[in-house]
Design a binder for this molecule. Sequence first.
Ligand code: 5AD
Ligand code: SF4
Length: 490
Amino acid sequence: MMEEKFVLKLIDKQQIPETEPERQYYFMDIAREYAKQIAGAKGSPLTFHVSTFGCQMNARDSEKLTGILETIGYVEEDSEKADFVLYNTCTVRENANNKVYGRLGYLSGLQKKNPFMMIGMCGCMMQEPAVVEKIQQSYRFVSLIFGTHNIYKFAELMATAMENTFGPQRKKGSSMTIDIWKDTDQIVEDLPVERKYSFKSGVNIMFGCNNFCSYCIVPYVRGRERSREPKEILREIERLVADGVVEVMLLGQNVNSYGTNLETPMSFAELLKEIENIEGLERIRFMTSHPKDLSDELIEVMKHSKKICKHLHLPLQSGSSRILGLMNRRYDKEHYLELVEKIRAAVPDIALTTDIIVGFPGESEEDFAETLDVVRKVRYDSAFTFIYSKRTGTPAATMQDQVPEDVVKERFDRLLKEVQEIAAEKAGALTGQTLPVLVEEQNGQDERLVTGRLSNNATVHLPGSPELIGKIVNVTLKECKGFYYLGELA
Ligand code: 5AD
Ligand code: SF4
């Protein structure tokens, strides 16, 4: 078999740079050379596929991983039949983990047919020691495992994994390369990144989370909060704008606490003001906000901004002050409702969306009624509703009174119905108005249409050619069909 014959000729490494990102560029050259050898043996260019699970943070990480893979000579491919399949995993809820294990079985089948195939696993799930143990025991065909803290080292890890998988030292059946760090305070700038869209981009402004909501595994897998220097963020956005980007989404687990740990502290509101001044940038979005840290200063900036979009995602989690206390959310129902009132007074037409967890340990029918009460009072434009998932290692996992499954399911259904009814009533409020739309893509179903978004994030379909993609155009909203508008160029 070809697999037996092909042995990677290792490159003698001299003077590996000690500083980053230079060290990674050095390893990109090495990995590119290895990729060439493997492609030569295979007889065609190497392909890759990154499968992303979870949140916007992971989506942005996947763009960075893609940027490096393209730099070392891999070509992106749509399916998991690629020569390198990388799973960027999420672990916020248990079912996310189960999905990954299910798909690994399928990948192993593909690998049996392709001796040049490598499988990589990264992201939040890999920060859990039990997961890595399980993969080591039951999924030995995986070539590379790394976590969330050393993703900037991907080029180096990839070169090592290629050596371990195809080099002279490889061992039959176990050539797994594993590198997981517990935490880091390092932020490496200026590595390659490939954007999914040419006209909009996520921009990390901070990493990690210090909040330790009692149900949440994120602080354990993403580490302590650290903010990027404002000058680095501004430089990145300026470059993106020069490259055609008109909309940025500022990303962090809790953007409202941005800047507190910088040498020269700076608030999120101040950062937004600086970003607003970037010429050519048209729209600013951010995600996610924590109600305990959303300041009056920020509301004031949102009120006067011409670029901040009229959409705020403000996770509620529960409407019961008692449960919010147990969740360690550090706000109560009244504070949340006051905040919503203040925001709506400042930005009257803002769309509000939220996250809600049903069935947190100890949640009684009365507690749940408080959640429904907030939903009815706030009237969200949309809401993500989740069934509480027990995450080992979090304080909530050992709390008494876990709510029985059937009770949770019944509450979940009631909540979903309420949320959907309100969203349906609210949809269409802008019908008749002419508003700017950022056109994002050709419509999947009807190629005479293009699809874009309003400032408040609502979807609009309109007749138009693909040349409109990436442009902000004025659209008259003719009618609302459920959760999207049909419009016409004004
Ligand atoms: N169970 C259910 N939902 C959770 N979330 C976070 N942790 C859990 C959990 N253990 C939800 C929260 C958060 C969103 C991203 O995921 O609502 O805002
Ligand atoms: Fe998890 Fe809370 Fe941090 Fe959000 S703020 S990532 S819910 S711990």
